[in-house]
Design a protein around this ligand. Structure first.
Ligand SMILES: [Zn+2]
Length: 256
């Protein structure tokens, strides 16, 4: 008979806490209207190659710890009474490519998703928190949700970003803890809402490069690592056209 490896009391306690944490993040995702009905999915690592994730067809606002499932990095379900979410492949793509990723949150927050539907790149150099905690927010190509091709759409951005907009779909963010992975989504959604409101007012002012560099230095001091733009020398601003398209409402310093 094949021997089953028993979990230590510390592993049991840790898993119990992570199950509760996923349910708590689910409640926040649903309460903030980041996921309608059974939309979205949440996961975290239990070990290097075992992942705890939400099941398919469940409202994220009302999950119980026993509803969750475990999978290996190939997506094979190891435990759980409900079938795992098909979108776990997206999460696994991130875990496989980034050993520092310990949690992933995927949902459909409306303002950020609107950028994905309009296929407009998220502008940079506007709000300090976004520069410090998110950096550049790329937009992945559209693929059918749940498919291996869909999971692969985020691959080019792993290691260069912690939050990605999924074209015509939603968002995905990751981090060293469930809380941090969720925060990245919340920061993005709040940012996109502000961007759309400012655009309606007629103008989106950019922070000057000198001030953005101060923020990126602060990011490094806070342990967020070197911003990829500083690594590669890529330009700091992204989508500088955003907020400048309404010609008739362009701000005039000296009205005539
Ligand atoms: Zn989705």
């Amino acid at each position: 008979m094949k021997a089953t490896r028993r979990k230590t009391p510390a592993q049991v306690a840790s898993e119990r806490k992570l199950r509760q944490d996923i349910c708590e993040i689910g409640r926040r995702v649903y309460a903030r209207q980041f996921a309608a009905a059974s939309d979205g999915n949440i996961s975290c690592r239990l070990s290097r190659d075992v992942v705890l994730c939400t099941p398919t067809q469940i409202c994220k606002g009302f999950m119980q710890p026993a509803d969750l499932c475990t999978v290996d990095l190939d997506g094979k379900q190891l435990a759980g009474q409900r079938p795992r979410t098909s979108e776990v492949l997206l999460h696994l793509e991130i875990y496989k490519a980034d050993p520092s990723a310990a949690a992933v949150v995927h949902c459909h927050p409306p303002h950020a998703t609107a950028f994905g539907v309009a296929r407009v790149d998220i502008p940079s150099c506007v709000l300090p928190e976004v520069e410090i905690f998110l950096g550049i927010i790329p937009r992945a190509e559209y693929e059918t949700p749940g498919s291996p091709a869909f999971a692969a759409t985020v691959r080019p951005f792993i290691g260069k970003a912690n939050t990605v907009v999924l074209s015509n779909h939603g968002t995905v963010s990751w981090g060293p803890t469930l809380e941090r992975a969720y925060w990245h989504t919340e920061i993005l959604e709040s940012y996109c809402r502000v961007l759309l409101l400012a655009q309606q007012l007629g103008h989106v002012e950019r922070l000057p490069a000198r001030k953005v560099n101060e923020l990126l230095a602060l990011r490094e001091r806070l342990g967020g690592g070197l911003d990829p733009r500083r690594q590669t020398g890529a330009p700091l601003p992204v989508n500088t056209d955003f907020g400048r398209s309404a010609g008739r409402r362009v701000r005039r310093r000296h009205p005539t």
